[in-house]
Write a protein that binds this ligand. Sequence first.
Ligand code: COA
Length: 247
Amino acid sequence: MPDATILYEKREGVARVTLNRPAVLNAINMRMRDELWEVATAIRDDPGVRVVIFKGAGDRAFSAGADISEFGTAPSYVESRRARHQRDLWGLILSLEAPLIAAIHGYALGAGIELALCCDLRIASDDARLGLPEVGLGYIPSAGGTQTLPRHVPPGIAMQMILTGDPIDASTALRHGLVQRVVPHERLYDEAESLARSLASRAPLALRLAKRAVVNGLELPLAAGLALERRLAQRALAGGGAGLIEA
Ligand code: COA
């Protein structure tokens, strides 16, 4: 579709999801949310997807967040809450079993940084600016940010970013562990591709089980996490690492 707000491509086990509204800094409008939902569902149901890269079209932004021109346009508060519950887009992305990489350049604000926080690894270009401006708009982050951010950076840093809304630059994000690598702008996609290819060359079952052990284990007390690891390790051994996760 030529005017699609999401571009999707899959090659050799690596899927690429591009937020494609560069004229408005890839602001996430309702249509983009719908298309992201479709793509995330396709990724969930496609065992051939080994690794996913999320990125933003154009030179200026990964995404400047929710489309502010749509604020207040939902028919009612109750209706928008019902729609959110029926379609938990961010929950769906967080539940994907394949490792997800966010390649972040320029602005990553609001739902933009929150999408990146649903990913497992974040690479930023040196021009990245990451922030959560919602409170300044009389709102609070609602794509998971109040919960995901403190799981990636120290709680005080998360609190500072959420309450002040002040964006941080790439090197500060690296220092706090919000991103795992910072590269020159022109190297961003090469680095993301190379990381994705390297992960895609790993045994698929082992890759997914290892992600599951870390993601699910973070929610558990240590003893339960260790028991989870034992179960998943047995499954990896039984599957020889090469198969896919059964339900
Ligand atoms: N929703 C809708 N449109 C947006 C947008 C958003 N979140 N962010 C940027 N845009 C649009 C602008 O309206 C502008 O459109 P126009 O050219 O038709 O006027 C275009 O993208 C370029 O943005 P502009 O503001 O001119 O660029 P800038 O370099 O001066 O500022 C930002 C960049 C990111 C600082 C600024 O666009 C901004 O603050 N955006 C809103 C960020 C935000 O609050 N997001 C979270 C919402 S919860």
